[in-house]
Write a protein that binds this ligand. Sequence first.
Ligand code: HEM
Length: 531
Amino acid sequence: MGLIEDLAVQVRPLADQFARLGTPAQLGVAVGGFLFLSVFLNVLKQVLFKNPNEPPIVFHWFPFVGSTITYGMDPPRFFKENRAKYGDCFTFILLGKKTTVYVGPKGNDFILNGKIRDVSAEEIYTVLTTPVFGKDVVYDCPNSKLMEQKKFMKVALTTEAFRSYVPIISDEVTSYFKRCPDFKGQSGIVNIPPKMAQITIFTASHALQGKEIRDKFDETLADLYHDLDMGFSPINFMLHWAPLPWNNRRDHAQRTVAKIYMDTIKERRARGETGSQDMMWHLMNATYKNGVKVPDHEVAHMMIALLMAGQHSSSSTSSWIMLRLASRPDIMEELYQEQVKHLGADLPPLTYEDLAKLPLNQAIVKETLRLHAPIHSIMRAVKQPMPVPGTKYVIPQNHVLLAAPGVSATDAQYFPEPDLWEPHRWEKESPLAPSIVRNEQEDEEEKIDYGYGLVSKGTASPYLPFGAGRHRCIGEQFANVQLQTIVAMTVRLFKFRNVDGSNNVIGTDYASLFSRPLEPANIYWERRDKE
Ligand code: HEM
């Protein structure tokens, strides 16, 4: 039988069923009736069948859609409102999946320090990350291999390496502001987030991946990374496999970028290069515990992973810092005076050691991450039923767990006047100092080694912008050095204020996986010295 006849035979019963449904009006009534019935049954189920051994479910009208829209529009508000209604632990429906949120330090500990047999990050993230990063790294390998990969990355970030990064980052910042047409003249108005995204990629690629790779960002790499980025759209949790235009571009970009890194690795080897401080160099020379040298394709894929992990979080944070400074020109002036006082009026070239002499400069980053942590939701798949200590709840295996450390970071119980951006609160004597600073609790945290060096467990801390547990960030120190250097160099060159002179700050865009400022986020800039 031919293909057409074959298809006709398959389709006939369906066509007959539609014909039986009758006119479009009858069809409309049938669909309406079906919708009504499913909403009715869904509500009935929530009202009548509450399982006392599972966390309460956030009320929702529609099955599958559940609370997806209210959560997606403003996750922090969703967490706060439902915490007030249901307590620290509750479940909501996210695209058909039962997602259990557990906020507060206990919740952070339960999820982020969960045992490997209980929770899995890779099960959630691999569909998104593997097509972007490439095979055999991060969430496309057993967790024990990721722990080794994180160890290689962490070991590369030595004090010596940081010492070499500060001049690289400072020079990139100064030369960026010199050549960027939007900063020509004595003053102007600029939409700041795209500028900070560029500064972040130039500084990170140069410091972590070396000058050859950095130079390629002026040519091909910027567009290719943009295509890779599209693979991270939240819609790809469902459509990662689909042959859609943005996925085709993602796959092409992944192959091309990986090849650029692998060619660079070969060239560096052929040159017989020794003694570099960048991350690529360290990974090229790393060996797994089983004696296998890290293959070139894995080095290339880790390079992509590192740059992508750092790019979104650091560029969002630096944008928020600049917007906060524009809303508080007095703090920007204090930052400048701090440098004059501690480094000298001639403001000599910035060094790694100088950063430690600038406590307000450090606090700016800390306070901005408190209010604007770019990762608002950290998810894990539940591998087996998990009893919640101190409660009667058991989280079933088909649930997803969601930690939101931003909730405790903005809780008045831990941070007086939590919604106020006040970098001075990180000084011990400040009336707004959080208890973790007043009691010097930060240094006393319990430490644990998951295979990539000692990290604090974070069990008691309400402030975890870099996460906790086996998946904790290894880029924290790099991000701090990068952000503090960017801020210090920007403050040397400019004064910022809001265009309307107010103290307001723009809202947050939650449309992508990492939250960031809504755009346009314009600020008014003015040069300190004449050009
Ligand atoms: C993991 C935040 C910068 C590399 C994480 C996690 C958080 C985080 C919350 C935990 C995710 C989870 O538990 O699922 C941040 C913030 C940054 C930043 C707020 C900047 C302000 C960086 C940078 C790098 C980096 C610059 C690379 C140089 C990583 C890596 C992981 C990670 C490799 C481990 C993922 C895992 O083990 O599953 N980061 N990060 N991050 N971050 Fe960062």
